[in-house]
Design a protein around this ligand. Structure first.
Ligand code: MG
Length: 120
C-alpha cells in the first residue's frame, strides 16, 4: 500500500485530498497540520508528500529546508507543493519540490500528477 502524507493547516483541504486519495485510489493517507507534525510523521515508507506552504508553527518552505537534514533516510521521498502563493514557486523548486501546483487544485490533474510519482 502506498502511503501519502498530506500536510496542510486547512482541515477542509486535507479532508478533500484524503477522500480523493483513499476512497478513489486506495492509498493509505496520513495527515499533518504543519511542518513539525509532518517531520514527525514522515517515514521511509512514505511514498509521497503533498505540502501546503503557508502554515503556522512551521511553514512548507522550512519543512523543505529541514526534512533532508532531520530525516536523511527520507531524502528521496517526492514532495509535491500545493499552494495559493505563486510567488514561492521558484523557491520551493530550488528547495527540492518536484512539482508546485497552484490552488485551487484540479482533482483530475492532481491525481494524474500523483500517479506519475507512484509508479513502480
Ligand atoms: Mg495553509
Amino acid at each position: 500500500m502506498k502511503k501519502i502524507l498530506i500536510v496542510d493547516d486547512d482541515q477542509i483541504n486535507r479532508k478533500l485530498l484524503a477522500t480523493m486519495l483513499s476512497k478513489q485510489k486506495g492509498y493509505v493517507v496520513e495527515e499533518a497540520q504543519n511542518g513539525v507534525e509532518a517531520l514527525s510523521k514522515l517515514t521511509p515508507d512514505t511514498a509521497l508528500v503533498l505540502l501546503d506552504l503557508i502554515m503556522p508553527v512551521m511553514d512548507g518552505l522550512t519543512f523543505l529546508q529541514r526534512y533532508r537534514i532531520e530525516k536523511p533516510e527520507c531524502a528521496n521521498v517526492p514532495i509535491l507543493v500545493l499552494t495559493t502563493d505563486d510567488s514561492k514557486k521558484i523557491e520551493a523548486k530550488n528547495l527540492g519540490a518536484k512539482e508546485v501546483i497552484i490552488k485551487p487544485i484540479n482533482p483530475v490533474e492532481i491525481m494524474e500528477k500523483i500517479a506519475t510519482y507512484l509508479e513502480d
